[in-house]
Design a protein around this ligand. Structure first.
Ligand code: DC
Length: 227
């Protein structure tokens, strides 16, 4: 049994800021559970799309999420997302799915539906959770809150490389436009917008590589925990 109370590390930020890789590295280092909340929104979007729902109709989207069966199988390198018992690893990473997720994520009814599922991931010895509102809404009392930022053109390039490495073709100019649109929608929605929590530590990862960002964040955590 660990000699500390379980705690949450919330990592928020826009797409392509590197929060997913950071969350994975921190969770591995500490032996904590990992929550990729964006994946939950993406699974919800896939469910609605699969049922042929018009995403502009909030009530219909919310209904489509009733009894949604989602789970993640954790392997060494990545976790495999399942929607209603089907492996959706490929579909979930498409930019069109990210966009659909951003559209339905504006709806209070959808966010409410997905809140409990996210909170249930907090189990001993602790949780590293990444997304847009983890430090503000899902885990407002998280022990650590980080907000990752990176310049839009750098985020587009990272997304491009990430998609390529998964065998998904993409055009960098289109990606930059889509990222800008998605940022705008995520930032300006009334329900749980993408904003840093008042007590979040802001990290600009534009000029840092993944190892440097992880070291920076881990040094904050270690300093505080060693206290
Ligand atoms: O991080 P991502 O690209 O997988 O997230 C996809 C979309 O899901 C994102 O554009 C907005 C939404 N989302 C959200 O509203 N709140 C979260 N905590 C995580 C994701």
């Amino acid at each position: 049994m660990p000699e500390f109370d379980p705690y949450v590390i919330a990592i928020d930020g826009p797409g392509g800021s590197g929060k997913g890789s950071l969350a994975l590295a921190v969770a591995r280092t500490l032996g904590f559970h990992l929550l990729d909340s964006g994946a939950i929104y993406r699974l919800a979007a896939l469910r609605a799309l699969g049922l042929g729902i018009d995403l502009s109709k909030q009530a219909r989207v919310v209904d489509a999420l009733e009894n949604m069966d989602i789970r993640f199988e954790f392997g060494d390198e990545l976790s495999i997302p399942f929607l209603d018992n089907k492996d959706v690893s490929h579909a979930i990473r498409q930019e069109s799915t990210g966009n659909a997720a951003s559209i339905i994520a504006q709806y209070p009814g959808v966010r409410k539906q997905l809140l409990g599922r996210q909170r249930a991931c907090f189990q001993p010895p602790g949780l590293v959770a990444d997304g847009r509102d983890l430090g503000t809404v899902v885990f407002p009392t998280a022990k650590f809150k980080f907000f990752l930022y990176a310049a839009p053109e750098i985020r587009a390039l990272r997304r491009y490389k990430q998609l390529n490495s998964m065998g998904i073709s993409a055009n960098i100019d289109d990606l930059q436009t889509e990222i800008a649109e998605r940022d705008e929608r995520d930032r300006t929605r009334t329900e749980s917008p993408l904003i840093p929590a008042a007590d979040a530590i802001i990290v600009d990862s534009s000029l840092l590589n993944q190892i440097q960002v992880t070291n920076l964040v881990m040094s904050h955590i270690e300093q505080e925990v060693a206290g």
